[in-house]
Structure formats: structure tokens, C-alpha cells
Design a protein around this ligand. Sequence first.
Ligand SMILES: Cc1cc2nc3c(=O)[nH]c(=O)nc-3n(C[C@H](O)[C@H](O)[C@H](O)COP(=O)(O)OP(=O)(O)OC[C@H]3O[C@@H](n4cnc5c(N)ncnc54)[C@H](O)[C@@H]3O)c2cc1C
Length: 571
Amino acid sequence: MNATTPVTTPGGAPDDWQDALFTQAPPRLGNQFDDDPLLGCWLARTIPAAVAASLTDELREIGGLAGGELYRLQLADRLNEPVLTQWDAWGRRLDEVVVSPLWREAEKLAARHGLVATGYDRALGRYARLAQFLKVYLFHPSSDVYTCPLAMTDGAVRCLLASGSREQQERAIPRLTSRDPDTFWTSGQWMTETTGGSDVGRSETRAARDGDGWRLYGRKWFTSAVTSQMALTLARPEGNPAGGKGLAMYYVEIRDADGRLNGLRVDRLKEKLGTRKVPTAELFLEGTRAALVGQPLNGTRTIEPMLAVTRMWNSVCAIAFMRRGLALARSFAKERKAFGQPLEKLPLHADTLAGLEAETWGAFLMTFLLVELNGRQESGEIDEQQRALLRLLTPLTKLITGKQAVAVVSEVIESFGGAGYCEDTGLPQLLRDTHVLPIWEGTTNVLSLDALLRSDLHSGLAALMGRASACLRGVTEPRLVAAAKQAVGALERAALVLESGQEPEIMQAGARRLAMTLARALQLTLLCEHAQWMMDHGGDRRGYAAAMRYSRQPIDLMTEVDPEADRLLLG
Ligand SMILES: Cc1cc2nc3c(=O)[nH]c(=O)nc-3n(C[C@H](O)[C@H](O)[C@H](O)COP(=O)(O)OP(=O)(O)OC[C@H]3O[C@@H](n4cnc5c(N)ncnc54)[C@H](O)[C@@H]3O)c2cc1C
């Protein structure tokens, strides 16, 4: 057969029949700043025009990277994971971790764009946190969770500002907030031990005095970002009592000037369901040199500012993953056809995606309210009611958005059919990475209890009701008024339950549904408020559609609680 003779199949078709077979166009991402259906109008409503204008170019640049170069690198980098080398060929202990190419790039971008530094940019006043987290929101989904060390870095800055010595502040803060990749440091947060991450008061790590400093002995069971230059950690000074009160917070630099590890070994990297690009290690502290931060007790309290910050990061990462999932799902629904039509034209597919959009809008508005309040607090422009709202919103936002993100991204996977289940689309990674959000920085149950059993719940609840009522007062469109009233009604019922003085066991058992009711009711009122604004400013009805759709999804999740009957089920 010569080169020009066409190959034929047994049926007689020419060999280009294979070229004629259908191949599906993959989902495409555009500029993630310009394509976001909510971001532009939310910016116009929330941030003064001059501040927004000063941010727009950089946000558009990050949006372009996130939907373009960084996203392509992320897909190409799919199989790379961090590698731990514990020994060299001659028996020298190394414990070196090499991270993925995308992580190396993400570190540079994070420093250059000031993903931590912007939050401390005093020139931005109370808008500093908003400016920072708009960048984080765009950057996160294309970073392979590089936001994990950034969150802890930011938390470390807040902690050191609150309790660090002058020396600690002067050494660490300029590095943690550097915009120069060569001098930028990240920080770890080593709290969880084998005894438990929720009940850290059981921590076993011991702190012994060594001259002017301290040495730490123990095992840290989950330490993400082991490649960081420093960490804040908890340990019990010798002689201190058991429990959280007996712990103290310590500042640790991980390597010395020669690059040698500071009295610790990296036992192994965790084999995880997701966040596989994040090097989460088990560490053994065997005389790690450390400096005390604050007093030699009450460490769980000293580290609280860290948690307030990382929970805010978690919430922003949750809405960012929801947005990324929907950006991909919406693109696919335009391209993919079934029964003669693009998926987006099929009523039930459209209904499914619309429900996810409404959840994402609600989660976004609540999260950026939390961010706004943090910015106000740090710039000193906050009143007592806002402060009380901020304290309650921190756990509520983290817990609800973590759960919303898992639900939304899981549904996104199904919206791709079988392709969503295949690794080389990159979609399973999105779901796996999202799944960590309800676990770390406090699980859903732990945060529900944190929100509802706190001593200042009364003022927090009053502030939450006040914010929701303000939303209701601001809406005039009759169906929005009805939806906002539905939400305020759910809040009133929740308040009655909370103030009914029920048995502690009953209160604890119902805490998750109660916390979620508060969160969902607030999201609905915020949606109504935003929807009214959109209609009043250009007649855009998308916000109205989101509020209406959200109002038809469950708001009041409270049910009767019967711990005794539940225990029968657990046998
Ligand atoms: C990928 C990854 C990275 C991590 N990185 C870090 C890190 O860098 N630094 C760090 O310090 N930690 C880190 N963690 C640990 C994480 O913070 C903990 O896993 C988490 O706090 C839960 O602690 P635990 O695993 O010990 O579970 P446990 O505390 O044992 O909890 C088990 C279950 O019991 C529930 N529970 C606990 N107490 C109550 C209660 N009172 N009422 C009802 N339910 C309750 C929890 O909700 C949970 O479902 C990481 C975890 C993961 C998965």
C-alpha cells in the first residue's frame, strides 16, 4: 500500500472517520474579576468609588492570572505533590520538603500582590481587609491552597501585634508582610496534637526554660506549611496546670542561619484526601528553641486572634471555591449539549445551577460583611454593636460557608456528568480541596458550640437581629419584604430557643441546626438588601432572583431535639 492509498474500515469509511467523532470542548475560564456576576455591583455598593478605582487594575490583573496563566499551570501541575526527603545518601538528616512548581509561583505572586500585606496597609483605613480579601477571593482557587500558609501568616501577624514582644514584632512582622518574594516569610500554626485539635487543652507538648528562652518537647500532629520560616505554637510550661489555661504560646523559627532544623524532625507528610499540594507534616519537637509570646499561661486565649483571622480566610476560600465551581459549571452548560440543546437551556439543569448561584451569593454577602467588620475593628472604626456582631459572625460564617462550599462544589461535579469524576479534568481536586474547609480551623460542631455557648451571646444575637432588621427596613419591593420578614421570623424563633433556658444537653445537641439557622437567616436578609440596591441602581433583577431562590431553600433548620432517642440510634 503506498502512502496515498486511503485506509478503509471494514464498512468502507475513510480513515478520517475518527476525526469526525465528537469531542467535547472543555470548560473555559475568563478573567475571574470581570466575569464574576456579583463582584462588580457589590463593589459599587460597598466601597467608595475612589477606593474601588484604586483597586480595580490589580484585581483585574489577579482575575486574569486566576482564569488564565495560573489556571493553566494548575492543570499542568496536577500530578506534582510535595516531596519530603528525610536523609541524604550519607546518613545526614535533612527533612527537606520540595513543593510543587505552582506553589513556588504562588508564593512569589502572593508576596508581590501583598495578599497578607494589604490587610495591614494603613493608607486603606477600614477598607484594608476588603482590599486584601478581594485579592484572596480571586487568587485562591488557582493557587492549589497556597492560601493555607498565607492564612496562618496573616494570623501570626495579628497575634504578634496583640501579644508579641517588641523584638518579635520587629523581627517577624516586616517579613510576614513583605511584598518582596526574597524577604517574604510565611508562618505555621502548630496546635493540633494526637490528643485532639478541638480540645487543645489536652496538648502534651512541654516547655522547659533554657536560659532566657525555652525549649519545646512533644509531637505536633498536623502542621501545614512545614516549609514556613516560623510558627506560633502552644506548649505547657513545666509546672503549669492541665487544661487550656496551663498552655502558653511560643514563637519558633524553624531553621537556623545555616539552614539546620531547630531541634525538630519532620516524621512524615500526611497522606490526605485533598489539599495534597499543601505539605502537612507530623513534627517531633526534641528541644526546639522557642520564645514565649505574652504570658506563660492562657495560651489558648493568646492564640485566639490567629483563629479569628484564619476563620475569615477559610470563609473567603469557601466562597472562592463556590465561585470557581460555578464558573466552570456555567461555561460547560453553555458548551455541552443534551437532547438537542445546551445544558443551560434545559429547565432542570438551569434550576439546579440557579440554586447553587443563590447559595453562593448569600455566602458571599455574609463573608464580606465579616471582612468589612474586621477592617473596621482594626482601623478603630467600629461601634459596640458591630463588635458584638463580628464576634458572633466569625464562627457562624466559617461554619456555614464551609458546609455550603462542600454542597455546591459536590453538585458542580455532578453537573459535569462523568467528566466531573475524572481526575484529568481537575474537577475532583476541587471537591477534595473544598472538603477540608469544614474541618480545619474548627469543625462545624465545635464552631456551633463556640457561637452559641459563649458568654457574650446575648449581645451578639441582638447585633445580628439589628443588622437583619436594618436589611428589612431598607427593602420596599413586596416580595423582598416578605422574604426578609421570613428571615427575621426565623431569627426571632432562634432567639426564643436560645433564651428559653433549656437543659445544656438539649442546647448542645441542637447547636448546629441553631447556628445554621442564624447564618442562613442573615444571608437571606443580606440578599434582600443587596437585591433592592441592584433594582434601585439600574434595574438589575439578578439580585432579586438570587434572594427569591434562596428564600425557597431551607432557612429555619431548627427541629425538636431528643438526645436520648438519638443515643438509641448509636447503640
Ligand atoms: C489538611 C489538614 C491540615 C491541617 N493543618 C493544621 C495545622 O497546620 N495546624 C494545626 O494546628 N492543625 C491543623 N489541622 C488539624 C485540624 O485543625 C484538626 O483536624 C481539627 O481541629 C479537628 O481536630 P481533630 O482532628 O483532633 O478531631 P477531634 O477534635 O478529635 O474531633 C473529632 C470529631 O468530634 C467532633 N467534636 C469534637 N468536640 C466536640 C464537641 N464538644 N461536641 C460535638 N462534637 C465535637 C468534631 O466536630 C469532629 O467531628 C489540619 C487538619 C487537616 C485535615
